[in-house]
Design a protein around this ligand. Structure first.
Ligand SMILES: *Cc1c(COP(=O)(O)O)cnc(C)c1O
Length: 381
């Protein structure tokens, strides 16, 4: 128990599927083949997502972070290379690049949507740049059409960090399929989360897919055991989790709809608050991914405290731009600033939006935010 009336993450995330999960543990646990990784369930999950996305290959692996590493490695990105990443985002964006010996170059974001500014990313490309890695940020997909143009114009690869955006669609094209490769994370809080660690690489390039497949299992080709073609990783996928994901997939669309419905309600209530210092994300479903619902609030910490007093749990993702984090600061050019990323770090506040929220909880959250921004109007209601 979190002790919150409205917890940020669902405390009963897999409640409805618990019996199935226990049955799968038992079935796979006692099956004669004793196959626990990279078996038939994993292959079926990969085929399902491939058909769903209409792409050349989907490769299940150990996590979203690992998926990004496998993609960068399969593209031969390493020492001497630069990779343009958003200045505002999660650590794996820069960490994976650094771990391969390459250099992250931080691009500022757009102030309202908080996704990387494609033109800024283009300006940072040098003769060393190998790839641009935009990330969909919480509620809004990055401007992938423009990023494709920028990547093509500069002759660099485009890697779509769609870890949070499974099920999002922009201009009729699903998240994950816009770049040379994309990825999803299945860590429990993500939109297609599961009770454990996992993720997938998505690619339209069959050759890249084959390389990623080898890299995830120590450079083996899947046919000749103990014949190693490449220096790879252990980034394999669990059979029980794959079977559970196959069971959960048909419900994903309804869970995404519920998230979008909550987002639409919040945005409807919060749009009038913009002149009072509380700005909701842009409305609609086109190019949206309601993994997390983020406001930009001038008095962010006061708003968080006000909501906390009413039993509503919130989160701040993130308080610092990536280049201001100690491990990445050495990669930041001296004196460089990312004003829009800094602005977002000072104002961003994430509200609960998980699909298990009741209508009453959702209304309660919206009421509490409105009451903070417009105390008198709320009292007169
Ligand atoms: C969650 C996340 C990742 C990492 O996924 P894990 O499965 O936790 O390793 C990478 N990028 C973004 C944008 C994420 O939100």
């Amino acid at each position: 128990m979190t002790g919150y009336r409205v917890p940020f993450f669902a405390p009963d995330l897999f409640e409805a599927d618990r019996a199935v999960l226990l049955r799968l543990v038992r079935e796979i646990g006692i099956a004669p083949e004793q196959r626990f990784i990279l078996g038939e369930h994993t292959a079926r999950l990969e085929r399902l997502l491939r058909a769903e996305l209409g792409c050349a290959d989907v490769i299940a692996c150990g996590s979203g972070t690992s998926a990004l590493t496998l993609i960068l490695h399969a593209m031969d990105i390493g020492p001497g290379d630069e990779v343009v990443v958003p200045a505002f985002g999660c650590a794996p964006l820069a960490e994976t690049v650094v771990n391969l010996g390459a250099t992250p170059v931080f691009a500022d974001i757009r102030p309202h949507t908080m996704v990387v500014d494609p033109d800024e990313a283009g300006r940072l490309v040098t003769h060393r740049t190998k790839a641009i890695v935009p990330a969909h940020m919480f509620s809004v997909m990055a401007d992938m059409p423009r990023l494709r143009e920028v990547a093509r114009a500069h002759g660099v690869r485009l890697i779509e960090d769609s870890a949070v955006a499974q099920g999002g669609v922009l201009a009729g094209r699903p998240a994950g399929t816009w770049g040379d490769a994309g990825l999803f994370s299945f860590v429990q809080v993500k939109t297609f989360g599961m009770p454990g660690e996992g993720g997938v690489v998505v690619t339209g390039d069959p050759g890249l897919g084959r390389t990623v497949r080898m890299l995830r299992n120590h450079g083996q080709d899947g046919t000749n055991r103990f014949l190693h073609h490449r220096i790879g990783y252990n980034s394999r996928f669990d059979e029980i989790q794959a079977a559970f994901q196959l069971h959960r997939f048909p419900g994903l669309a309804a869970r995404l709809d519920r998230r979008a419905e909550i987002a639409a309600y919040y945005t409807g209530r919060f749009t009038p608050l913009a002149e009072r210092g509380v700005v909701p994300p842009p409305p609609g479903r086109e190019g949206r991914c309601y993994y997390v619902y983020c406001l930009l609030a001038e008095r962010r910490d006061e708003l968080a405290a006000h909501l906390g007093e009413q039993g509503i749990q919130t989160h701040v993702y993130y308080r610092r731009p990536l280049p201001h984090q100690p491990p990445f600061a050495p990669f930041a050019p001296p004196g460089a600033r990312w004003p829009h990323a800094e602005h977002a770090c000072d104002r961003i506040l994430a509200l609960p939006i998980h699909p298990n929220l009741t209508d009453e909880q959702v209304t309660g959250v919206a009421d509490a935010v409105c009451e903070f921004a417009m105390p008198r109007a709320a009292a007169a209601r």
